[in-house]
Design a binder for this molecule. Structure first.
Ligand code: PHE
Length: 344
């Protein structure tokens, strides 16, 4: 019996050297280690052997089984590696070629800046909301203390949807301020909102003007809001967007829907206040209009101006983007030139 086992092992090992692929290896395994193999039947028959014999034959048979399994595993690995090598060599796939880049999209620079502007205000407790681009005369002008024939209408060259003589006429909003009215009509104070969106003006385009641009409007109404809250909020905003050591200036300005009205300017990003072409020699760049909401506007929206007060502001997003990124022509934002857009 031991002799038989020796022969079996020798034959198995010899035959293993003749297996050249995984298929042959599998039939080798079935032949020498399978359920019907000679080795298995010897192991099964151990019980019928005499005591002394059972021990030696059993030990030998088990040792062969273990070693054949080890040989099998080793051969399997070397054959798999070889077949991988062969298929790599024979196929036309060159795994050393660099991958093809997948072009990926990104947000438009103006969209990115709007998101950043809104998040600065969101951190100060403002909610973000959008409104209609086609507005009624009432919201864009009338309710904001700009009745028919008011000279302030000249500040806003308007693109009309309907005839301008109709007091209910539709237009493309010239600013985001109509959303002040919609918000105050719809909700009770306290209110704290920023409203980003497109605005339109009937103007010739040049490096600093376009007929469509974006604004972010802000409105805060509560029982004890003062000019000091306005200044603090807007100064904090400027420092977040333009850097903490930016100089910020607050001056009076006129808008019919605020009293007092003001403008916020930052120190010129180019000349740092010395005076250059960008800032027309003044050293300052105006970035937004603001003021305390006019009592008549509050009253018109059903908010008691003897109880409540608030501030509003409106900024031009493209202007802020131009200053932040050193862009010298507003029209670049909408000309769809990838060489420009890829920089953001
Ligand atoms: N809507 C004004 C503009 O477009 C800006 C502004 C908003 C001013 C709110 C005061 C208060 O010029």
């Amino acid at each position: 019996m031991e002799q038989e086992l020796d022969q079996l092992e020798a034959a198995a090992l010899e035959e293993l050297t003749q297996t050249h692929d995984l298929l042959q290896l599998e039939s080798w395994r079935v032949r020498y280690l399978g359920k019907k193999s000679a080795l298995t039947s010897i192991l099964r028959g151990l019980a019928s052997l005499a005591d002394g014999k059972r021990k030696t034959v059993g030990a030998r048979a088990n040792a062969i089984k273990t070693s054949l399994h080890a040989e099998l595993a080793e051969k399997k690995q070397s054959l798999s590696l070889r077949s991988l090598d062969e298929s790599l060599e024979n196929s036309s796939l060159d795994v050393t070629l660099p991958g093809r880049p997948l072009p990926y999209g990104r947000l438009h620079p103006i969209t990115q800046d709007i998101a950043e502007i809104c998040s600065v205000f969101a951190d100060m407790g403002f909610q973000v909301l959008e409104g209609p681009e086609v507005e009624r005369d009432y919201y864009n002008f009338e309710a904001l203390n700009i009745p028919q024939n008011h000279p302030a209408r000249d500040m806003f060259a308007t693109l009309w949807v309907d005839s301008r003589d109709d007091s209910n006429a539709r237009l493309l909003r010239t600013h985001t301020s109509p959303m002040q009215i919609r918000l105050m009509e719809q909700q009770k104070p306290p209110l704290r909102f920023v409203v980003p969106g497109r605005t339109y003006r009937y103007e010739a385009t040049d490096a600093t003007h376009d007929w469509m641009f974006h604004q972010v409007e802000g409105l805060a109404i509560d029982t004890d809001i003062t000019l000091r809250d306005l200044k603090e909020t807007l100064f904090e905003f400027c420092k977040n967007i333009f850097g903490r050591d930016t100089q910020v200036r607050f001056r009076c300005d006129y808008f019919p829907f605020v009293e007092p009205g003001g403008e916020v300017a930052i120190e010129c990003v180019k000349c740092k206040g010395a005076g250059c072409r960008l800032c027309s020699g003044t050293g300052w760049l105006e970035i937004l209009g603001t003021g305390m909401v006019h009592p008549d506007v509050l009253a018109r929206c059903g908010i008691d101006p003897t109880v409540y007060s608030g501030f509003a502001f409106g900024m031009g997003v493209e202007r802020i983007s131009i200053l932040r990124h050193g862009v010298d022509d507003i029209r670049l934002f909408y000309s769809n030139d990838f060489r420009f857009l890829r920089q953001f």
